[in-house]
Design a binder for this molecule. Structure first.
Ligand code: DAH
Length: 341
């Protein structure tokens, strides 16, 4: 009896199968209702009492080993099946394709361009690598102006001489005035670059939207009304604006515009630093020197210009307090804007 079991144990060890049918045959032969194990168990009653323990253990080992071998081979065959069979289940539910979302900067830029297009502004663009003329000189920056300093500007060596990554979208104003006759009414969205250390509040690149309106008899009142319209459309009907005198080389007079804080309804909060207002753009009447530099007669025409930071407006709209989030491409951040568009 012991020898019989040992022979079967060897048989189990040596067994390997080429097909699933062979495994099934092996199972029936050994573990089936008329199988060898069954007859061994039937013979067990004839085993002398002093050997019962040993023989019983051997029989259990044999049963376990046989079952283990069958399981092992069955798994091997089912794995092979999935990798080698070319089977396409057309009724299976499709794996969902993850949808992307618009970038918050794109959402805000589109909203700004849409608001201005409703009052007749076209959209214009210019190059990101600019010459000194379009970025600085034509815009009335004196030669020694600190904004040209290496601190602020990324310079680029090129065959055409020294170029720079534009530091503002005001360069597109110059190109528009050089290439078009008034009336000109355009906004220029785009990316700008500055040599700044990256932090929550500053970045070496960001986005601006420049605005320009040149025609006969354009006044500061037109500028004010245009900006009030924009602020109300962007932040809500109850929004108030405030213009503070400022200085830019390319506008005279110049101003900075604040909007009432929509976070606290102008009551004062950490976002508006308890002033009730937030600065969102620079603006002014285009300096007659700039009009002249761009081939427009300053005696006949006048105009206004403004420039705003898109990140700043997105920050107020979405209450994002770290500029770096906009360029890190973190899906956990970007996913949150699905509903915003
Ligand atoms: N270019 C300015 C800047 O980058 C923003 C600006 C201010 C644009 C006044 C204008 C303007 O057109 O009139 O800070």
């Amino acid at each position: 009896m012991k020898n019989k079991i040992k022979a079967l144990l060897n048989e189990v060890d040596d067994f390997s199968a080429e097909t699933k049918e062979q495994i099934e045959e092996f199972r029936i032969n050994l573990l089936g209702s008329k199988g060898k194990l069954k007859s061994l168990f039937a013979d067990f009653k004839n085993v002398p009492n002093d050997q019962k323990k040993e023989v019983g253990q051997l029989m259990n080992t044999l049963k376990e080993k046989a079952q283990h071998k069958i399981d092992e081979l069955t798994i091997k065959f089912s794995n092979n099946e999935t990798s080698t069979t070319d089977y396409l289940d057309l009724s299976r539910t499709a794996t969902p394709i993850k949808l992307g979302s618009r970038h918050p900067i794109t959402i805000v830029r589109n909203e700004i361009t849409e608001i201005f297009s409703r009052i007749g502004f076209t959209v214009s663009e210019g190059p990101e690598v600019e010459d000194d003329w379009h970025n600085f000189s034509a815009l009335n920056f004196p030669p020694e102006h600190p904004a040209r300093d290496m601190q602020d500007t990324f310079f680029v060596e090129s065959e055409a001489g020294e170029m720079a990554l534009r530091t503002h979208t005001s360069s597109v104003q110059v190109r528009m005035m050089e290439n078009n006759k008034p009336p000109i009414r355009t906004i220029s969205p785009g990316r700008v670059y500055r040599n700044e250390a990256i932090s929550a509040r500053a970045h070496c690149f960001f986005h601006q939207v420049e605005g320009l309106y040149i025609a006969e008899n354009v006044s500061f009142a037109d500028l004010k009304q245009t900006l009030l319209y924009f602020a109300k459309e962007m932040f809500g009907e109850e929004t108030k604006i405030r213009l503070r005198p400022s200085y830019f080389p390319f506008t005279e007079p110049s101003a900075e515009m604040d909007v009432s804080c929509s976070v606290c309804n102008s009551k004062g909060c950490t976002i508006c630093k308890y002033t009730g207002f937030l600065e969102i753009l620079g603006c002014g009447m285009v300096d007659p020197n700039v009009l002249g530099n761009c081939g427009i007669d300053p005696k006949k025409y006048s105009g206004f210009a403004f420039g705003m930071g898109v990140e700043r407006i997105a920050m107020l709209k979405f209450k994002v307090n770290d500029l770096r989030l906009y360029s890190e491409g973190d899906v956990r951040f970007l996913d949150q804007f699905k509903a915003a568009f």
